[in-house]
Design a protein around this ligand. Structure first.
Ligand SMILES: *Cc1c(COP(=O)(O)O)cnc(C)c1O
Length: 349
């Protein structure tokens, strides 16, 4: 089948005909003068958050645009990447008609969002080396397959997918491909942001929740063509990213040295953790990782999970996921936390 990409045919009818909410502050052109704002029924007394936030987060976007080498028109910010992913569903998937394709074992939200939005989730298992099964995806896809979710580095397996495989999917899949790069800052592999110009069907999502250490403020980022971003902007809630989040995010992204130093430390700690896990008797396999966590196969995941819990350590038991029988996922903690974990593992093993 020849590749046919058309944003018009992918967008839901109801979204195409929608007229987005417009605030009074979108309806005049600023000449830079100081204005008296009597348009939005806000409390006028200044307390730092008495005004509605910028619906387009211009300050934050301009810094991100420069750092990432993309234009602000290629960017949409959301209340975590979970909101961004939900907006993508609602823009492009007709409930009870369209379908998405996801590649388990992977991030659980794709399936949850497909359920919430009444969109069929077609699952194609990763291969035994945790890579996407290209022919499986292309075989199961039909004209209603609007989205393909590729999580790379993948959660919970930790590996970044082969670029050749992802590239082939970008070239052959007829819907939109969402590459979820929540862990990209830990990866040796380059971001797919560089592919935005070449692939009109590519959407890349990133987040401040992992490497940037800001899971609590909820800031997710979506990068795509101007056409795709324009569709998403039409349906996003106007004030989806609050003022405090915009401020905190701006401060953090402008302090790249601090982020880089933490990432470096986490990667060093991760390598130490892998080395320690190799010495643990009940650990049978440690999977290659490009993220801030390690997936390991153990003798009895339920038992080891409970034992760790009794020692007040919470890890993620991924045993119920396909291809992940008897696996535990360890997030890399602080040096002190990792030391404790390793001591406990040694004692158990
Ligand atoms: C943690 C994670 C996210 C983060 O979602 P936020 O809503 O931005 O916190 C997204 N995708 C994957 C695969 C994750 O593991």
């Amino acid at each position: 089948m020849d590749k046919i990409f058309n944003i018009e045919t992918l967008t839901r009818e109801s979204v195409k005909s929608l007229k987005p909410y417009s605030s009074a502050r979108d309806e005049y052109v600023s000449d830079g003068s100081e204005m008296i704002f009597l348009d939005a029924n806000e409390n006028p007394f200044e307390n730092g958050v008495n005004r509605y936030p910028d619906p387009y987060q211009r300050n934050l976007k301009s810094v991100l645009a420069e750092q990432k080498g993309v234009s602000e028109a290629n960017m949409l910010l959301g209340n975590g990447s979970d909101e961004v992913l939900d907006l993508i569903f609602r823009a492009f998937c007709e409930p009870n008609q369209d379908n998405i394709i996801s590649l388990p074992p992977t991030y659980g939200m794709y399936k949850v969002l497909s359920g919430i939005n009444a969109v069929e989730n077609r699952e194609v298992l990763l291969t035994s080396d945790f890579e996407p099964n290209i022919s499986g995806v292309l075989k199961i896809a039909d004209k209603n397959s609007k989205l393909l979710f590729i999580c790379s580095p993948n959660n919970p397996t930790g590996n970044a997918f082969s670029r050749e495989i992802v590239q082939e999917l970008l070239e052959k899949f007829n819907g939109l491909i969402v590459i979820d790069e929540a862990y990209i800052d830990f990866s040796e592999q380059e971001s797919w942001l560089s592919g935005l110009k070449k692939y009109p069907n590519l959407i890349v999502t990133q987040t401040l929740s992992k490497a940037y250490g800001m899971a609590g403020i909820r800031l997710g980022i979506c990068y795509a063509s101007e056409d795709i971003i324009a569709v998403l902007n039409k349906i996003k809630p106007p004030y989806n990213v609050n003022q405090l989040t915009q401020q905190q995010a701006l401060k953090r992204v402008m302090n790249q040295e601090a982020v880089a130093a933490e990432v470096e430390q986490i990667l060093q700690e991760r390598d130490d953790l892998i080395e320690a896990l190799q010495q643990v008797r009940f650990v049978q396999e440690i999977y290659p990782t490009n993220a801030n966590f390690v997936l390991a196969k153990v003798d009895d995941a339920n038992k080891r999970y409970q034992e760790l819990l009794e020692q007040h350590v919470v890890v993620r038991n991924r045993s119920t996921q396909p291809l992940c029988e008897n696996t535990l996922r360890f997030t890399v903690g602080t040096p002190a936390e990792n030391k404790k974990l390793i001591a406990i593992l040694k004692q158990l093993g």
